[in-house]
Design a protein around this ligand. Structure first.
Ligand SMILES: [Zn+2]
Length: 969
């Protein structure tokens, strides 16, 4: 799955909402990237296995005949014995589902029948499977034509227990039942989404579609429903009774009864279709072995573009009616991705077709359903005229991510959610590998450090979790679709690949995919294959990174001719945790030609400088001497240098001797060390200033994020100085911004185009008057001429932000104009862009009105987080009061997948221990497993900021340094 990526990420720090280095205007994977790497940065922010099967020469055959995992002794007693278990019992397992669904798009209900071939492997009188929010017709239940004597549903455990009078015979039998349910509006299970009205849709509606009457939604007064599934992680059970765990792989034969005029898609191609008046029956081919969370159905109206791979696999991209052109870019990336992965894994794409569909209402960024990948619109469609440059990149990354899952996740599946990172870490890493190959000029691996930074930030909290995390209840799973599973996961894979070498790593991964195809694997299964194929101690090395949370900071001190290294767990609260890692250290000394690699296996170690490099340059002042650890930031750790080493690196930085990735690493480490009060803000400001002449997109994105963070913490830490600090930041960003200007230049690079909005947005946020005035001027022209070349999509957000800076309750015309733009736009990207700025003014009444806009029928639930991400620190109290007052409604609208992100957006605006206590007491009676972890992380962030503020207030030289930096030419 891809998280929904926000235009901005919430950054740990007093910094509220910061532009993500990795995400641009409206991003992808990051959206509500779950609890589903949802919302922004920490814990989100931006958007995942034991083989029970007999191993043998023919793994496929072995898996197909898979006996149930871990046969257990036959249970006796009452159905109660199955309550409170994290997993289903193993004495029965599904082999094949015959599933028939009939959605009613008017009544917003569905009914269905399922026949499940179940293999019973140990004597029992019970069958136990998952079901939730379904009404199961008890009288219809038969196993081997025998009715159960007792049917019990345990709602809390989301299980259905069937008790039979006699012991079930061993071997395979068929379980039949009928059920019905509601097409919900929660974007999970089997749900309804609204088709946006375009002319053709309207025309068709006269002919075919029945009036919409079962939803609160209105869109331009004309709405139509479609039916969509989203099952990951545990919502297949909301559509049909099933063994809803990834290890229970089975084959699926699906059929649908739907309105004749609609397009009906499922994982496999259509085998047979028959029309009877207004209803058609569609039967799909039987799938290969797959997990329930990958089953999918989409029923709606679309147009599509189509391509075919050299092997004959048909790929289609489905978009809104009349907009199929906007699917061409995704189609191109899809075709290239399938070719690349086929070569990389040495295994062809396993299904006969691949559909990618843009869904109007979608909680995550995208979902990798086998053969039927669903996307948030902004993550799939790209239009030269109306999309921003960052959108294009976002589409490429998301498509490459979801298609990587077709191997990593779908073909080889995690055995249990503890190993979610095997899905998400790998898909994230693979997507960068693929996009780097398709678009080398995008420098995507340098941009990947934005992902690494998100992982490092979340993992520097006490309330983080290990990559391999224990799951006790289904409701805990949503929250681990976070920066640990995705970003830390992908980063430790990059670290391992760097250590093993690209070619060895690829061969071993291909062997792993072949070995576990159509089956399940755990993390240690991967390590075993990597060890076998490379001869390296992979398991020992990697276990320290995946089984314990956190990561180390390496303290580097130069003592004579030796470099002393010491590792300690890095935590933002300034404490030092107990963790110890095997750290792949890389180092360079005065040049990139003399890199060294070795493993730090103990608490500390001592390296002779002459062993690091024969030629290190002279260590006199003004010499070329420098030492950089973690070359190109391939390692998942931070480095704290002693004063001499830090000064030498700053000189090397100014002398332009360092790589882009190292420049990013140095400023990110310094930022984190400052937040943890291990370094002063004063020294961080001096370091930032060393980036004055920087021009690279990725480096400046990080400088930008750090600058906004510093400006935000200064608001509370040094109110008298915040104006001057903002001026220093403006000075840093203005030079590259002026060089780029507002207007795109002929033939400019993708990265320059991406950089422009990053700089302009921040200059506006920092209050740079000239930029604000220019933004307002261009917006006024745009209002009269929507096709003006003065405001292309790429820079539109900066202008919108500029408009909001001047809005007040008494002067609200700019705000009303933006609402008009929102209402007139049919593009998801444009709507997200406007929503993202509505809360960004400093007038409390306007912010409140914007927040309440969330409750109107004009905002889709999926877009809630766009609105909340833009709240400035000046109006945080009004946002908190609003959240408290409307909590019941907000938590319903946001649902389990988004609610944690919304809490985080508001709570982390604050920076005092008193406020943290107030949040704690408010949520004490409102806790839900779906956001418990996120809440704890948010409270910890508030306390970390409170501590940071105290540290800043005790810095004697801060004011003097700020003045000095301002006066420098
Ligand atoms: Zn994913």
């Amino acid at each position: 799955m891809s998280m929904a990526r926000s235009a901005a990420v919430l950054v740990l720090g007093a910094v509220l909402v910061l532009t993500s280095p990795a995400a641009g205007d409206v991003g992808v994977d990051a959206m509500p990237r779950g609890g589903r790497k949802m919302m922004g940065a920490i814990g989100e922010a931006r958007g995942v296995v034991v083989r029970y099967f007999a191993k043998g020469a023919n793994v496929k055959a072995a898996a197909a005949a898979a006996p149930p995992p871990r046969p257990a002794p036959a249970p006796a007693g009452s159905p109660d014995q199955f309550r409170g278990q994290p997993r289903l019992p193993r004495f029965a397992a599904p082999r094949r589902y015959d599933l028939r669904l009939r959605p009613d798009l008017v009544a917003c209900t569905f009914n269905g029948t399922v026949a499940i071939a179940v293999a019973v492997s140990a004597p029992s009188r019970f069958l136990v499977l998952n079901a939730a929010d379904l009404s199961v017709d008890r009288g219809s239940i038969r196993f081997r034509d025998v009715a159960p004597k007792n049917v019990v549903i345990f709602a809390d455990d989301e299980i259905l227990v069937l008790e039979f009078a006699k012991e079930l015979p061993l071997g395979e039998g068929v379980l039949n039942m009928k059920f019905n349910g509601t097409l919900n509006d929660q974007m999970r299970g089997f749900y309804r989404s609204l088709i946006v009205s375009f002319e053709r849709v309207l025309f068709l509606s006269f002919i075919y579609l029945v009036p919409f009457d079962c939803s609160k939604y209105q869109y331009k007064g004309k709405m139509k429903n479609m039916a969509v599934t989203q099952f990951e992680p545990v919502d297949a059970r909301r559509c049909f009774p099933c063994w809803d765990e990834p290890a229970f792989k089975a084959k699926f034969k699906i059929s649908l009864e739907v309105p004749s005029e609609l397009i009906a898609l499922s994982n496999m191609p259509v085998a047979n279709e028959s029309v009877a008046g207004p209803i058609k029956s569609v039967l799909y081919e039987e799938s290969p072995l797959m997990s329930t969370y990958l089953v999918a159905v989409v029923v709606g109206l679309f147009d599509y573009v189509e391509g075919v791979t050299p092997e004959g696999t048909k790929i289609r991209v489905y978009t809104q009616v009349g907009k199929s052109n906007q699917g061409k870019f995704a189609l191109d990336v899809g075709l290239k991705s399938l070719a690349l992965y086929k070569d990389y894994f040495g295994t062809p794409y396993p299904l006969p077709k691949l559909d990618m569909v843009a869904i109007p209402d979608f909680a995550a960024g995208a979902m990798e359903n086998y053969g039927l990948v669903t996307f948030r619109e902004v993550a799939l469609v790209f239009d030269e005229q109306s999309s921003s440059e960052s959108s294009k990149q976002n589409v490429a990354i998301t498509v490459a991510h979801e298609l990587a899952h077709q191997w990593f996740g779908n073909l080889v599946t995690m055995e249990w959610w503890t190993h979610l990172w095997l899905n998400e870490g790998f898909a994230t890493w693979m997507s960068h590998l693929a996009v780097d190959s398709f678009f080398p000029q995008w420098n995507i691996w340098t941009q990947f450090l934005g992902d690494t930074t998100a992982g490092l930030r979340l993992d520097s909290l006490e309330e983080s979790h290990p990559i391999e995390v224990e799951i006790h209840h289904a409701s805990e799973i949503d929250e681990i679709f976070d920066a640990i599973s995705y970003d830390k996961g992908a980063s430790v894979i990059r670290m391992l690949q760097n250590y093993l070498g690209a070619e060895r790593f690829q061969k071993a991964l291909a062997a792993y995919i072949r070995k576990y195809a159509y089956s399940n694997a755990k993390t240690e299964d991967l390590w075993a294959v990597l060890e076998e194929k490379t001869g390296e101690p992979v398991k020992n090395l990697m276990t320290t990174w995946t089984k314990q949370q956190g990561y180390p900071v390496i303290n580097a001190n130069l003592k004579g001719d030796y470099l002393e290294l010491e590792q300690a767990q890095f935590l933002l609260d300034g404490s030092s945790g107990p963790g110890m890692w095997i750290v792949p250290i890389t180092s360079g000394c005065s040049s990139y030609d003399t890199q060294k690699k070795y493993l730090l296996k103990s608490k500390s170690d001592k390296l002779a400088i002459k062993d690091i490099a024969s030629q290190c340059g002279t260590r006199d002042k003004g010499g070329n001497f420098w030492i950089k650890l973690n070359i190109n930031q391939t390692g998942f750790y931070r480095v704290k240098y002693d004063d001499e080493l830090a000064a030498a690196l700053q000189n090397a930085l100014q002398a332009k001797k360092l790589s882009l990735m190292d420049k990013i690493g140095i400023v990110e480490d310094a930022h984190a060390l400052s937040m943890a009060c291990k370094q002063t803000l004063t020294s961080l400001l001096r370091l930032l200033y060393a980036y004055l002449e920087e021009t690279d997109y990725s480096v400046l994105s990080h400088i930008n994020t750090v600058s906004l963070s510093v400006a935000r913490i200064s608001f509370d830490a040094t109110p008298g100085l915040v104006g001057d600090i903002k001026q220093v930041m403006i000075k840093l960003l203005l030079q590259p911004a002026q060089k780029l200007g507002w207007d795109p230049k002929d033939g400019e690079s993708h990265l320059d185009a991406m950089l422009r909005p990053v700089l302009l947005d921040s200059l506006v946020r920092l209050g740079h008057e000239k930029t604000i005035n220019e933004g307002v001027r261009r917006f006024r022209i745009f209002l009269n001429d929507r096709n003006t070349s003065l405001l292309p999509p790429n820079i539109r957000k900066a202008a919108y932000l500029a408009v909001m800076q001047n809005v007040t309750s008494l002067n609200r015309s700019g705000y009303d104009d933006l609402l008009k733009v929102y209402r007139k736009s049919a593009e998801s990207e444009e709507k997200a862009r406007v929503l993202g700025v509505l809360c960004s003014c400093k007038d409390k009444n306007i912010v409140l009105e914007s927040l309440n806009f969330l409750f109107s029928s004009e905002v889709r639930y999926q877009d809630a987080y766009y609105l909340l991400q833009g709240i400035p620190v000046e109006t945080r109290e009004i946002a908190w009061v609003w959240l408290k007052k409307n909590w019941d409604l907000i938590s319903k609208i946001a649902g389990d997948t988004q609610v944690g992100g919304l809490i985080r957006y508001v709570v982390t605006l604050f920076t005092s221990n008193e406020k943290a206590a107030e949040f704690s007491s408010f949520f004490a009676t409102r806790k839900r497993p779906a956001f418990e972890r996120t809440l704890k992380q948010s409270l910890e962030t508030v306390r970390i900021n409170a501590r940071w503020i105290q540290g800043i207030r005790s810095e004697p030289r801060l004011a003097q340094t700020v003045r000095e930096l301002l006066q420098r030419p």
